[in-house]
Design a protein around this ligand. Structure first.
Ligand SMILES: Nc1ncnc2c1ncn2[C@@H]1O[C@H](COP(=O)(O)OP(=O)(O)O)[C@@H](O)[C@H]1O
Ligand SMILES: [Mg+2]
Length: 315
């Protein structure tokens, strides 16, 4: 039976630093939905207005936007006001997950492991950071994605340039203990008690350097899915990812980024609430390992679209 979702918008593009990735995500999602019999239409929020979005009279939308204004709760809030059901997390969870510092505070509150960290304003002196956290450490802008502005600091002299780089993107920086080990990412679907992690993916980048170039440009990065972890560790990493997602209030779908240290202890780095959906992206890779095609994944995510803010009684 063909799914009946009415007229569906695929929001893509947008105006964040991750626009180019989103253009690919949206094109892939829209094509796949059409192949599944869905009446899907692309809508670029970077060039078209909210008034035009309202005029489109979509019955629901698939958010294939990444980064600011697309993944951070703002478009989600606008869709609530327009009463258009949308995929993924609501305004609060989206906004929380977009802020790596707020996310870590929530995880710590719930006793979930995340690397030790410090925050620093852009007009402050970064030289003391290594005293608390030791070296190496990693400095990142708390609201950016795609590894933009992220720099590893091995020696004290690199603190000032790393701080300056992160400050090109944000007013405050996050300095985090560097975790040596293996890099994992875990796609997650569902909500509440129905939350379920897909197979774990291990990312093996040349020299352990998983930056923008290695994410989107070069083909030297290797991905192993399912990751070569024993079943108990796999389950531990999946359960941790599900908890990390639930305590942030995420729903629909997401992807947790994790470092596994040399004693096989997992450390949560961040939660992505609107991850990449290109043909080479990681959520589709995890779905495939679970026996779910790209097209079915898109339909499954679309099926969970809803408005999350409860209208007051009588409306
Ligand atoms: N604490 C850390 N220890 C080791 N590597 C890290 C750490 N934080 C980030 N990284 C590396 O930097 C990359 C980007 O960091 P992440 O926190 O996932 O931000 P984003 O993907 O939003 O840019 C990660 O994929 C990982 O390779
Ligand atoms: Mg990441």
């Amino acid at each position: 039976m063909k799914p009946s979702f009415g007229r569906v918008g695929v929001l893509y593009g947008g105006s964040s630093a991750e626009r180019d990735v989103s253009l690919m995500s949206g094109a892939g999602v829209c094509k796949a939905l059409r192949e599944q019999g869905v009446d899907a239409h692309l809508f670029d929020t970077g060039v078209r207005s909210l008034a035009e979005l309202a005029d489109e009279r979509f019955d629901r939308v698939f958010i294939a936007l990444h980064g600011r204004y697309g993944e951070d709760g703002t478009i989600q809030g606008a869709l609530e006001l327009l009463h258009i059901p949308y995929t993924g997390s609501g305004p609060l969870a989206s906004c929380l997950a977009m802020d790596k510092i707020a996310t870590k505070r929530v995880w710590l509150h719930h006793g979930l492991p995340t690397p030790r960290f410090a925050t620093l304003d852009c007009n402050a002196d970064p030289r003391g950071l290594a005293d608390d956290l030791g070296l190496p450490l990693i400095i990142k802008p708390p609201h950016e994605g795609s590894t933009l502005g992220v720099m590893r600091v091995d020696v004290v002299d690199q603190l000032a340039p790393a701080h300056a780089l992160a400050c090109r993107f944000d007013d405050q920086v996050l300095a985090e203990q560097f975790i040596r080990g293996r890099e994992l990412t875990v796609p997650i679907l569902g909500a509440g008690a129905g939350t379920r992690a897909l197979p774990v993916i291990e990312i093996v980048a040349p020299q352990g350097n998983y930056d923008y170039e290695h994410k989107y440009v070069s083909n030297e990065t290797q991905y192993h899915c399912p990751a070569d972890l024993d079943p108990a560790l796999t389950r531990q990493v999946q359960t941790l990812s599900e908890e990390a997602y639930r305590v942030l209030g995420c729903e629909g779908w997401g992807r947790a980024d994790i470092m596994l240290d040399d004693q096989n202890r997992p450390w949560l780095l961040e939660m992505n609430t609107s991850p990449g959906m290109t043909g080479h992206s990681l959520v589709p890779m995890g779905a495939k390992a679970a026996g779910m095609s790209y097209g079915r994944l898109c339909v499954e995510i679309l099926a969970t679209a809803r408005c999350k803010v409860r209208a007051p009684a009588g409306h």
